[in-house]
Design a protein around this ligand. Structure first.
Ligand code: AHM
Ligand code: MG
Length: 321
């Protein structure tokens, strides 16, 4: 069985990019170690601080962010980082050719209850190698990503990675190495399973309300098939389920806070997950355009996220035409 190091060795990508991916994987092992210890690791509970988006930070949000920040800024190939838990971008080495954006601990509401959470990352090329990074360097559309992935801290710790040549899955073994368990994962085009937080129903746009109402009508409705529903409230777990057996995940626009177009963030959640899903043959959309075509205006920008099995994502787009 190939470990991550040997799999990257064989990959036809820039050696510097391999080192950046290696750094992220190694750091996620440490984050996984903290989660394994649960309450014994002292990472349950909240901090008194809020992040830049006004969300109360969990202790593990802060710990995971600090670990990734330190290891990535120590990697000379990293020109800069942006994190869901940092107010601003942070410059790295002048010689670095890669920018890393990440959500250090996604699904924070699940930490204290011992349910799956994850780390999500996206790697972009620098637009001006050799000079200090600026915000403009980061504000690239998702279609510029050179790699993306996540680590799911569930019953197994799983790394899922794309470098634009399909999607590979690795499991963390007891000896501390990630080993490749699946290559070229494919999302089935059709599905009978959807994921959405139904408690927000009244805040959605009418077209989204209509689509979900039709899903609920099952074989008696216009879609003509029965659907099952799942909601883990950890995007990493939902995307992993979809990569494994298909499905559609939706965190659409809602008018609870009209100045925020959705809950999820483009640079740390929307783009990397869309890159993975599309590399596995699935689709992603804001309901209007492909997520990876959105040109970001702000680093912490939010975006409506619809992704998963192609047939269903296309159906959502049709409801919004
Ligand atoms: P977080 O980055 O603060 O953890 O928020 C993102 C998470 C996603 O993992 C998940 O899909 C969503 O928020 C769940 O939101 P809700 O609690 O509204 O159902
Ligand atoms: Mg998140």
């Amino acid at each position: 069985m190939l470990n991550l190091h040997d799999a990257l060795k064989q990959a036809d990508i820039d050696p510097q990019l391999k080192e950046v991916i290696g750094t992220i994987a190694a750091t996620c092992k440490s984050i996984g170690g903290k989660l394994r210890g649960g309450a014994l690791s002292g990472v349950y509970g909240s901090e008194s601080s809020e992040n830049v988006q006004g969300e109360v930070q969990k202790k593990l949000d802060v710990v995971a962010n600090a670990l990734l920040k330190k290891s990535l800024l120590n990697n000379r190939h990293v020109a800069g980082i942006a994190s869901e838990e940092e107010d601003d971008i942070i410059g790295g080495g002048d010689e670095g050719r890669y920018l890393v954006t990440f959500d250090p601990l996604d699904g924070s509401s699940n930490i204290d209850i011992n349910v799956s959470v994850g780390t999500i990352f996206s790697i972009l090329p620098t637009t001006k190698p050799g000079s200090q990074v600026t915000m403009d360097d980061f504000l690239q559309a998702g279609n510029q990503q050179v790699a993306a992935g996540y680590v799911l801290y569930g019953p197994a710790i799983t790394l899922v990675l794309t470098t634009g040549q399909g999607v590979d899955v690795y499991a963390l073994d007891y000896d501390g190495d990630f080993y490749q368990t699946h290559t070229q994962v494919q999302v089935p085009a059709a599905t009978q399973e959807f994921a959405i937080n139904m408690s927000n129903q009244r805040f959605w746009e009418p077209s989204m309300q209509n689509y979900v109402a039709d899903l609920l009508q099952g074989e008696e409705g216009p879609i003509g098939k029965r659907f099952n529903m799942r909601w883990v409230a950890s995007m990493v777990a939902e995307v992993h389920r979809i990569l494994t057996r298909g499905g559609i995940f939706m965190y659409p626009f809602d008018n609870r806070e009209p100045n925020k177009p959705g809950k999820l963030r483009l640079m740390y959640e929307g783009n990397p997950m869309s890159f993975l899903i599309e590399q596995a043959g699935g689709a992603s959309s804001t309901t209007r355009i492909p997520i990876m075509d959105v040109v970001p205006e702000q680093i912490h920008q939010r975006v409506p996220v619809i992704l998963g099995s192609r047939e269903e994502v296309e159906r959502v787009d049709t409801y919004h035409k």
